[in-house]
Design a protein around this ligand. Structure first.
Ligand code: MFU
Ligand code: CA
Length: 176
């Protein structure tokens, strides 16, 4: 009986030692590697902002804003829909999307008419296309960057509704 149980106990002990080693040695190593130290890969096109080191990635599969957010989050704890804080960063994102238009990480979800970035900060750079934001159909709480308008912004629906098929777009992620 013990000849059968002891090897199992020994295995269990080993597993425990391995677990202790993997949390005390490997995990601190992983934490010391900053996300910005990883290569900028992903999406159809990508580019690093030389000023901040953030990686911007352009995705062409149209999605709702919430689905796009999930895709961006999948790139790690510092990843999110693009938050554009300078004219040079806007030019970078505009370059990525060419003549397409794509969700960026801003909305007036919290207070109608007050657009904020998804990190809760107000716009430093304001880059609306003339006439925007116009909340067309009283249903435009999200924001796209428009390649054909030289990177200007337009408020758009965050998702299609039964009466409006618009709201599913390309998008740009950012990993810091
Ligand atoms: C403008 C934009 C809308 C939408 C529509 C097709 O409204 O403000 O967001 O793109 O054109 C007239
Ligand atoms: Ca609009």
């Amino acid at each position: 009986m013990w000849s059968r149980v002891l090897p199992l106990l020994a295995l269990g002990g080993c597993a425990q030692i391995f677990e202790i080693e993997s949390t005390s040695k490997l995990q601190p190593d992983a934490r010391m590697a900053p996300d910005s130290g990883q290569p900028c890969i992903g999406g159809e096109a990508r580019e690093v902002d030389p000023t901040t080191g953030s990686c911007f990635m352009y995705f062409t599969t149209p999605m709702t804003r919430d689905a796009a957010r999930s895709v961006c989050s999948g790139f790690g704890p510092t990843a999110h829909l693009a938050i554009i804080k300078s004219a040079s960063e806007n030019a970078l994102v505009a370059r990525l999307i060419g003549m397409d238009h794509a969700f960026i990480g801003a909305s007036d979800d919290v207070t109608e008419g007050t657009f904020l970035w998804d990190d809760g900060t107000p716009f430093q750079l304001t880059n609306w296309n003339p006439g925007e934001p116009n909340d067309a159909g009283a249903n435009e709480d999200c924001v796209e960057i428009v390649g054909a308008a030289a990177g200007k912004w337009n408020d758009v629906p965050c998702a299609p509704t039964p009466t409006n098929t618009l709201g599913s777009y390309s998008f740009v992620c950012q990993r810091d």
